[in-house]
Design a protein around this ligand. Structure first.
Ligand code: GLN
Length: 490
């Protein structure tokens, strides 16, 4: 029966509908796997009782022949989505004991479709990071290791817990958020499929805010079909989020077709820096030739402002973060210092010093600096202008091509103990950040392995609102690659 956990999300839902097994059975199977692999630290809060309750309710609905896109499916939820009555920490000490009174729109939609929540998955603190090593609740381990080596690898970040849980069969699929790559990069590092939809596709209401003009929810799953389904369940207009866009949610899952015949696919020359590792360059070429074999035309394109994307992101994102995180002041909710203080200012200072981790503090300082009176024009305003040029690059490219193919990240997962400077860490987002700034959808699909046997993803980008083409192209890569994505020992 433990093989139940090896089913894809799509197979799980079909099996439940066909009464091959019950929601309680498959939920228990996942809860057991979560117990066995607690060492990965993929979850901050496990919710076994709630999961069993939800599973029982799903079984009743299944017995009554009721429908739901996710009916009975066990899902992990990044601990950045507010869940009513279930602690929501953003992996920070600041929110260590925060139990929301309300449900985020994305999780409400997921529950409305019948999903069973297994728990709240670990992440980088306030979703800031690329390795899931900034969580107040300790690091997450990647279930993948280098061949013949024992070193623990990072799962990527910030949705590292969701990605590790999905890869290690600790859930049938998971929810993440992506501000500059936090769904796509961990998907690449863990051999899973991660999709960031068009900005405005999913409601941000009830999601702890990092950088509001960039944050988007999305799925991390084991297959492209699963990602289409999970995204379909959580997407859609929400009047409570002013940046949510009034557009119908297409039947991505029903219309998913591994077909690129007649499509033009662009390969941007700026994404091939001199120091791009050979196996990643080779994988990228391989991906292009799979698509060519499947009937697409591959063309070289240019996204001329790519080199400015990272510096732009690391101005815009911290600026918005510094403003969003101002609310954590020890008064309204969240942590408050227990020390004796002699003034209100001292209370704020101590509260924030204790509540935020180093990376969060760094971002707040960068953010307040670039927004400050003397530097606003020099940094923030410039960054906004360059952001517009980057979006224009994509708009011009998509006049020429239907999709863009790139590597997801410039490396495979790295070792937990491999020292890296902050800037080196920021460089990890080099291929994901431009699409975030432009607001276009992107997916990372596993396409191969590096020399040490670690998974590598390729990224497909399409124009805004064309998630379908993005999914279809990814499905062709998935089929052509035909990989066994079970980490050893799982
Ligand atoms: N790694 C990037 C950062 O640290 C992206 C994070 C994200 O997408 N949430 O900001």
């Amino acid at each position: 029966m433990t093989d139940l956990i090896k089913l894809s999300l799509t197979e799980t839902i079909k099996g439940l509908k066909d009464k091959k097994f019950s929601a309680v059975e498959i939920t228990d199977a996942y809860l057991t796997q979560m117990d066995v692999h607690k060492h990965l630290n993929a979850y901050i809060t496990e919710t076994p009782e709630l999961a069993r309750e939800l599973a029982k309710a799903a079984d009743k609905k299944l017995a009554n022949g009721e429908d739901g896109l996710l009916l009975g499916a066990p899902i992990a939820v990044k601990d950045l989505f507010c869940t009513q009555g279930v602690r929501t920490t953003a992996a920070s000490r600041m929110l260590e004991n925060f139990v929301p009174e309300y449900e985020s729109t994305v999780t409400a939609k997921m529950f409305a479709e019948g999903a069973v929540m297994l728990g709240k998955s670990n992440l980088d603190q306030f979703a800031m990071g690329s390795a899931n090593i900034t969580s107040h609740f300790n690091n997450v381990s990647n279930p993948w290791k280098r061949r013949h080596a024992d070193g623990i690898m990072v799962p990527g970040g910030s949705s590292g817990g969701s990605a590790a849980a999905t890869a290690a069969f600790l859930c049938a699929g998971s929810l993440g958020t992506d501000t500059g790559g936090s769904i796509r990069q961990p998907a690449s590092f863990t051999g899973t499929v991660g999709m960031k939809p068009t900005y405005g596709r999913c409601s941000r209401w009830g999601t702890v805010a990092f950088a509001s003009s960039l944050d988007q929810a999305g799925p991390i799953c084991r297959t492209v079909a699963d990602s289409a389904l999970l995204l379909q369940a959580i997407a859609g207009f929400d009047a409570k989020d002013s940046t949510s866009v009034k557009k119908d949610v297409p039947d991505w899952s029903g219309r998913l077709k591994a077909d690129v015949k007649g499509l033009k696919i662009g390969v941007p020359k700026e994404y091939r820096p001199d120091n791009l590792p050979d196996d990643i360059a080779a994988l990228w070429d391989q991906g292009a030739s799979w698509l060519r074999d499947a009937g697409a035309e591959i063309v070289e394109i240019t996204l001329p402002h790519t080199e400015y994307a990272l510096p732009t992101y690391y101005i815009v994102a911290p600026a918005e973060a510094s403003s969003n995180l101002a609310r954590y002041d020890g008064v309204r909710y969240g942590h408050r210092t227990g020390e004796k203080v002699s003034s209100l200012d001292e209370m704020y200072e101590r509260t924030r010093a204790e509540g935020f981790g180093d990376e969060v503090k760094r971002r707040i300082m960068i953010g307040t600096y670039v927004l400050s009176h003397g530097y606003y024009d020099a940094y923030y305003k410039q960054a906004q202008k360059i952001r517009a040029l980057i979006a224009q690059d994509f708009a011009s490219a998509f006049e020429q091509v239907d999709a863009i193919l790139t590597p997801t990240a410039p490396s495979a997962a790295f070792g937990m103990n491999e020292q890296m400077s902050n800037v080196e860490m920021y460089l990890n987002d080099v291929f994901t950040v431009p699409a975030s700034l432009a607001g276009v959808p992107g997916i990372s699909v596993p396409a191969g392995f590096d020399g040490a046997g670690l998974p590598l993803g390729l990224q497909v980008l399409t124009k805004a609102w064309d998630e379908q083409t993005c999914l279809n192209v990814a499905a062709v890569i998935e089929q052509a690659a035909n990989l066994d994505l079970t980490p050893e020992g799982y």
